[in-house]
Design a protein around this ligand. Sequence first.
Ligand code: FAD
Ligand code: MLT
Ligand code: ZN
Length: 474
Amino acid sequence: MSLDSLPPDFAAILGQSGIIADPADMEAYLCDWRGLWRGEAMAVLRPASTDEVAACVRLCAREGIVIIPQGGNTSMVGGATPEAKPRQVVLSLARMNRVLEVDTADMTMTVEAGLVLANAQRAAEEHGALFPLSLGAEGTAMIGGLLSTNAGGNTTVRYGNARELMLGLEVVLPDGSVMNGLRRLRKDNTGYALRHLFVGAEGTLGIITRAVLRIFPAARETATALCAVPDEDTALALFRRFRAADEGAVRAFEYMSGIGMELVTRYVEGATLPLSEASPHYALVDLSASREGAGLRALMETVLEAAMEAGEVTDAALAESEAQRAAIWRLREEHPEAQKRAGASVKNDVSVPVSAVPTLIREASEACRALIPGSRPVPFGHMGDGNIHMNLQQPEAMTAEAFLARSHDIMETVNEVVRRLGGSFSAEHGVGRLKTDMMAEWRGGAELAAMRAIKAALDPKGIMNPGKVLPGDA
Ligand code: FAD
Ligand code: MLT
Ligand code: ZN
């Protein structure tokens, strides 16, 4: 499909200002980061302002053309890529990438939706502040995508998900009208909190164009350690020790398995284990404080010493410099890339109550091994908020195709454990197109009916990212 299939006045109205991408450059927008989905589009639209987004949406609404909003296209669930269907466009926010204001009096930052997360962090830093959202895709993922998925990441344990970092939103609705909720108020109880509808909606209700975000005082002191721990229970016990010692200091607490660490050090150039021996389990502890002289190094050492005495930690490497801190974080953040290089994997982005994390890891790993002998469970992630990526790597002696053909069984096997533990099948990546078939069972009845009613009210023509989130609305 090509530009030619767009209605003629699209080019006349949008063509002048460079909104319609060169067809030769479309490929990157049609395929997802994992390489699992590739679709088609009549065009990729790249508006540079809210008015241009609204103009695009009005034209698509008039013609009943489907719109797939796209940010950094790092979705793990196929949320931002088009399907192999006619009459759809990808609408990329990439040109709306400005920081509009950083306000250190009110501790807010107003930005456009296409701003890359790392640039948002940098802008806050330049003003002596902190935008705390942090995840492996931060060099690519954009504010609109992060809000639309209610992204979590490494710092949820301290600062919450993307939703908690948002005060106001501007959204272009599916009829092309603009909802201006770009307020910066900490308190605002004036009817339905509409802005929250669009957070986690994965582009199915409208297009986020600008946002007011919360910023925080910059960290003046940090302490980071990679710990070898004997098992899942001791990893959790270590988290509890830090939480009890000073909950406010824990910026991140991440779990990694021996297999995951082995993949990272094997497949990622320059990634080395800063410990004398490999361990079956690891915990990454990151402490930070905005106060100088907070004594985090001493806190880290005291807690680790007690944990070692109790047999909860067998070895630990404490970062002595920013470079060492970054190297430790790299071992954690390169897990997705290492898994990608190591062959096919099935991702299970699940959450359970924090106390149930050890049971989840053990039982889901065992169930996966029993389902596919030779498969390698690679559990890792955000232990401090009960969100573990219960990923499964293909057996070395199996083809990627044969392994991926079992995706559904693998996800169901993990979900069976998650269900028993009172968890969720999607903690932070969203539903996208990958998990729509889980919605009826997990969010069925009145919940799903209410979601459908909201969708029908805001998007009666069903042009906003159909086939994502809600089952059977394609
Ligand atoms: P996209 O992938 O482009 O889009 C995601 C969804 O939002 C789609 O449904 C899309 O239609 C919609 N959308 C995008 N922009 C808009 C907009 N402006 N208005 C309305 N809808 C929009 N996620 C986590 O939560 N935590 C992690 O720790 C984490 N780690 C990751 C590590 C790696 C290496 C990778 C590749 C991904 C990781 N992710 C993680 C997943 C991903 O980065 C997040 O889901 C992120 O929020 C997506 O942002 P994006 O800009 O790439 O959005
Ligand atoms: C991460 O936390 O690194 C990603 O969300 C997990 C994944 O790739 O499965
Ligand atoms: Zn994650």
